[in-house]
Design a protein around this ligand. Structure first.
Ligand code: SF4
Length: 271
């Protein structure tokens, strides 16, 4: 654990090193699990029921679904702080980003930040304001001049960092996103029309395949998305194939969120 904001040592984050990146991922309690509002506005019942942010890795090491271990509690605390004490929380995210950037630089790596490890928050619309003292702290940590004042979003503030995320909110793809923010649409089991439209427009779509990667999904080539999480390195207009993470996703043969070859939709794209 890098600090309370980012995780840099998950299995997937660790794979980024061989590609020259430190991958820092922020996990918060998904959807409305923290009881402070829905942080995944386009989640399907199926994706929530199998969400890796709650049902895989350390977060899943509980006796029953209702239990909370320290990882789950930390994700709940972060979601609550984001919703109820946003200014202070965002400052913690900025400071954690600067710390991760310094760590990456020391290791001769670039930083790839992922704010929505287990949420779907439109950070492109959240402004950040820095006072003199805060700008000084970030400048020192990053060893570059960061001015005080208002920034459109964290991506503008940390323009020298590569940012990546998955989203189930297709509308976000079509906004004027910062050039250092790469968004991949994610198949939820209920947003197929959005996914096909996005693929047709040259965006990428992540799909969870239960029994290995097919060569194509609905006419679009499938690439292996598990070799790293650096989605900005992917070619455009492809399906990013992922394996199910966690017991629930691996057992999900019914909901449609996980695509199995026998049940895989064979809808061909209209010629
Ligand atoms: S939208 Fe993503 S993060 Fe949110 S519940 Fe679904 S799978 Fe989890």
């Amino acid at each position: 654990m890098e600090n309370r904001i980012y995780s840099v040592d998950s299995a997937k984050a660790a794979k980024a090193v061989q590609y020259g990146y430190l991958n820092a991922i922020q996990y918060k309690a998904p959807a409305n699990i923290a009881g402070v509002g829905n942080l995944c506005p386009k989640a399907s019942a199926a994706c929530l029921a199998a969400c890796l942010g709650w049902y895989s890795g350390h977060a899943s090491m509980v006796k029953s679904d209702q239990d909370r271990n320290s990882v789950r509690q930390s994700r709940i605390d972060k979601a609550r702080r984001f919703m109820t004490d946003r200014k202070a929380y965002l400052w913690d995210v900025c400071r954690a980003t600067a710390l991760a950037y310094r760590k990456a630089k020391k290791a001769k790596l670039k930083l790839a930040g992922r704010l929505n490890g287990s949420t779907d928050i439109a950070y492109e619309g959240i402004a950040i304001e820095l006072n003199e003292k805060q700008a000084g702290i970030l400048s020192k940590l990053c060893a570059r001049k960061i001015k005080p004042g208002k920034y459109k979003n964290i991506f503008e503030l940390f323009a020298f960092v590569q940012w990546i995320d998955y989203t189930k909110n297709a509308a976000r793809l079509y906004r004027a996103l910062p050039s250092n923010y790469c968004l991949t649409l994610s198949y939820s089991g209920t947003n197929k029309a959005d996914c096909l439209k996005a693929l047709g427009a040259g965006h990428n779509v992540a799909v969870v395949f239960g029994d290995g990667l097919p060569s194509h999904w609905n006419g679009f080539p499938v690439i292996d998305g598990d070799s790293h999480d650096l989605r900005h390195l992917d070619p455009r207009g492809v399906v990013v194939g992922l394996s199910p993470k966690g017991k629930k996703a691996k057992a999900d043969k019914e909901s449609g969120f996980v695509v199995w070859s026998k049940a895989a939709p064979s809808l061909a794209l209209a010629a």
